[in-house]
Design a binder for this molecule. Structure first.
Ligand code: LLP
Length: 385
């Protein structure tokens, strides 16, 4: 948890705010280097998980590339020091302006998801007299066994190209003179805690790789996306995900040809455990059947519990008394503005500080101004002391 000097620092700040432990981030990046980069894998950090410039600069320095899903993210990646040749651009609905930005910077690769997108990108690249490198995002129809809002690799999802459309698209590609097919791309979902979906992905990717190469295309990029989950229940014991097992699985199961390189797009597993949302108890309220700890952070600061029923660990930082059972709720006028129901934590009083853990990924980036709430400054561990 947090040493007393960190808690003292928190006491002096305006809550709620995000706090990032850069030691945890650096330990995570060290493991990624040891078990992923050292094997020659290319790892693009998914900016959608966290786009704080300070975090991005550290990730860039560690040797990761960037995975972007909007023009704004491409611009942020470039501003944070990523080279355009390490930027991949994904997304099921890219606007013309966004594609033009990618073309202007001659980014590494566009991950394309539909026949129409190929035609538009081909036309825009033609207008610039350039060739866009593309990867086809294929839908492998793999069950990721995660929350239904963050599963993406099934036929029923809007993402990717279904197997039945693939050959048609491959036949059309030679006619699209301003596109160069360099790879295939997959992403089956997020917060995947089991390893079997990734094994299944490898099997499907190997078959599709063979199929496309047999048709005479040379694929240099096999991009298996992201999705590796983190331990929300025990962030202290598992502050760094088991990258040895994760990358080892792909090393064993993906069959790369000599001219091919393996790419990943990791978001949550890189930054999830380094961030916490620090909030203060405003009131305690004792109802007939429930006790509520009402904190000053809400679904506006961290929407994951409301949107995906996510259970983030809650640590009380300024009380260690006997435990009581609370619903920890925010101040927003929505019943879904609840962080946890019926959890046992030390008894809290007005003014106690609470940390909502594992909030480094899809936390601050999904913040909203609903209820006209203001955002307070963010802090990093190197600013303490
Ligand atoms: N690549 C693609 C194409 C993606 O769509 C995503 C995430 C990633 C990579 C990174 O996945 P990760 O390694 O972070 O699992 N807001 C949700 C998660 C949405 C994930 C969207 N796509 C949440 O808070 O759980």
């Amino acid at each position: 948890m947090f040493p007393s000097e960190v808690t003292d620092f928190f006491k002096a700040q305006k809550t709620p705010f995000y706090y990032y432990d850069l030691d945890v981030l650096n330990e995570t990046l060290d493991q990624i280097k040891t078990h992923g980069l050292s094997k020659g894998f290319h790892i693009h950090f998914a900016l959608k998980a966290n786009n704080q410039p300070k975090i991005l600069e550290i990730i860039k320095k560690a040797g990761l590339g960037a995975d972007c899903v909007s023009g704004g993210e491409i611009q942020r990646a470039i501003d944070s020091g990523f080279n355009s040749e390490e930027i991949a651009f994904a997304g099921v609905g890219k606007s013309d302006e966004e594609m033009k930005l990618g073309l202007k910077h001659d980014i590494f690769c566009f991950n394309c998801e539909s026949p129409q997108e190929l035609e538009v990108l081909n036309e825009l690249a033609g207008q610039r007299n350039t060739i866009a490198r593309i990867a086809l995002r294929l839908n492998p129809n793999v069950e990721a066994d995660t929350h239904k809002y963050i599963t993406t690799g099934l036929n029923e999802n809007k993402f990717g190209i279904n197997a039945s459309d693939l050959d048609d698209m491959l036949d059309k590609l030679p006619g699209l003179k301003n596109l160069k097919l360099i790879g295939i791309h997959f992403h089956i979902g997020s917060q995947i805690e089991k390893f079997t979906p990734f094994e299944e992905l490898c099997t499907k990717a190997n078959a599709l790789n063979d199929h496309i190469e047999e048709k005479g295309f040379e694929l240099s990029v096999i991009n298996v996306g992201g999705g590796f989950g983190i331990n929300y229940a025990h962030p202290n014991d598992n502050s760094v995900p088991d990258f040895e097992r994760f990358f080892g699985l792909f090393e064993q199961n993906i069959k790369l040809k000599d001219h091919q390189q393996l790419h990943f797009e990791l978001g949550r597993s890189v930054v999830g455990q380094c961030g916490s949302l620090i909030t203060k108890v405003l009131f305690t309220k004792y109802g007939q059947t429930k006790s509520f700890a009402i904190v000053d952070a809400g679904m506006t600061e961290l929407i994951r519990p409301a949107l995906y029923q996510a259970a983030h660990r809650i640590d009380v930082l300024t009380s260690s008394g006997a435990e009581e059972t609370y619903d920890v709720v925010g101040p927003i006028c929505e019943s879904s503005d609840t962080f946890r129901k019926d959890i046992s934590i030390p008894k809290v009083e007005r003014g106690d500080l609470v940390a909502i853990r594992s909030a480094g990924a899809y936390g601050e980036v999904m913040r909203s101004a609903y209820n006209l709430r203001e955002a307070n400054p963010t802090f990093y561990s190197d600013e303490v002391g």
